[in-house]
Ligand binder design. Structure first.
Ligand code: SIN
Ligand code: CO
Length: 377
């Protein structure tokens, strides 16, 4: 079940999706009243210093500067307080409160949710006027940011900059966001956010696979699944008049073999489940150092319940569960319980007692993909 109250300022998810999503921007004043963000400078700078966390420092100037992380936390703390911003992606993977924030947007399926990015900016900091190809909710944390936005058009990009900046950006609307306010932007809208004083912004980003990405992945999937094979034979061949010409008989053979490649919707969903649940490149799971054996694991989760690791992606379709890029066929009794786990990302002990595939859950636990809950759920 999705969260009861999406942070849309009283708008229901149904009405938002019908009238606004992918259609027009929306400013929601006090979407998250009293929002103070989910971390402070020290914690942020520490994250920027980690090599399993994606970070970037962006400095505004006549020529902008981009420095990819990891970045030294002490150097960050000593920087002059103007015209720079630090971006950290995938905050939800490492900060539980950011994961909870992301899950408040579960009126959109998880396979469409990307991550929470935080930007901490000093006065005048920002990433410059640009356009994104995905939807985004820009939730204002502490501080204020002035956003200028303009409808989609054929933007011209500035040359000679290390960022994709819009050349000569002219905005249509301007707004000042205060803590707890949120701006939704559909893909293609030009936007430029400038920090007024010290400022934190949390971007809830989405993903949508491109056709070419799916096609490439699907061809790999077909390869792994097994492709039709046949040996080429050409008995009774005539002497070649033009040995340099691509052989028509060979073309015919290739066409026949390729025409035997078949797939159906079950292949498409099997591929998509694996593809969309694949962890991002920088994700590292931490398996338990001394894992409980199956019987003790079972006693523990029946008592406390369990929760998916924040880095895990579990998707369920029909009789299959797709977990972190792997497919598992489920017994009929296990399907509702795994769907409940995929939706809520945690399960109570009581729910686990009814049909949970314990061997599979134990295996996932051993990989660090889920954990017994800390407190009884
Ligand atoms: C920012 O928060 O500074 C940038 C977010 C965005 O423009 O998408
Ligand atoms: Co943007």
């Amino acid at each position: 079940m999705p969260s009861a109250r999406p942070p849309l300022g009283g708008l229901s998810a149904r009405v938002f999706l019908r009238d606004t999503w992918q259609r027009r921007p929306l400013l929601v004043r006090q979407a998250v009243p009293g929002f103070r963000g989910v971390l402070d400078h020290r914690a942020l700078f520490r994250l920027a210093g980690r090599d399993d966390v994606e970070s970037r420092l962006i400095e505004r100037g006549r020529r902008w500067r981009v420095t990819q992380g990891p970045l030294d936390p002490r150097t960050l703390a000593q920087r002059a307080p103007r015209n720079w911003t630090l971006l950290v992606n995938g905050l939800n993977l490492v900060v539980p409160q950011a994961d909870r924030l992301l899950r408040r947007f579960d009126f959109v399926p998880y396979s469409r949710l990307d991550d929470v990015m935080v930007s901490y900016a000093t006065d005048g900091g920002g990433v410059g006027p640009h356009v994104d190809s995905y939807d985004v909710f820009l939730l204002q944390g502490p501080g204020r940011r002035r956003w200028r936005i303009a409808p989609p058009r054929d933007w011209r990009l500035a040359e000679g900059q290390p960022l994709r900046l819009i050349e000569g950006f002219r905005h249509q609307t301007e707004m000042l966001l205060e803590p707890g306010d949120m701006l939704y932007l559909p893909p293609g809208w030009g936007h430029d956010g400038v920090a007024i004083g010290e400022c934190w912004t949390y971007s809830i980003g989405f993903r949508a696979p491109r056709g070419a990405e799916l096609a490439t992945g699907f061809l790999d999937y077909l390869h792994e699944r097994g492709l039709p094979d046949a040996a080429y034979r050409d008995p009774g061949r005539q002497p070649a008049a033009h040995p340099g010409r691509l052989d028509a008989h060979m073309i015919e053979f290739a066409a026949q073999v390729l025409a035997r490649i078949r797939w159906n919707r079950a292949d498409v969903s099997a591929f998509l489940g694996r593809h969309l649940s694949e962890p991002k490149a920088q994700v590292v799971f931490r398996p338990p150092r001394r894992p409980l054996p199956p019987a003790a694991f079972l006693r523990r989760i029946l008592r406390s319940g369990l929760a998916l690791d924040a880095r895990s992606m579990l998707l369920v379709h029909g009789g299959n569960a797709y977990m972190n890029g792997e497919a598992h066929a489920l017994a009929r009794a296990a399907r509702p319980v795994l769907l409940a786990l995929a939706d809520a990302r945690s399960l109570s002990g009581e729910r686990l007692a009814r049909g949970a595939p314990l061997e599979l859950l134990h295996e996932w636990y051993r990989q660090g993909w889920l954990h017994p809950a800390e407190t009884p759920t």
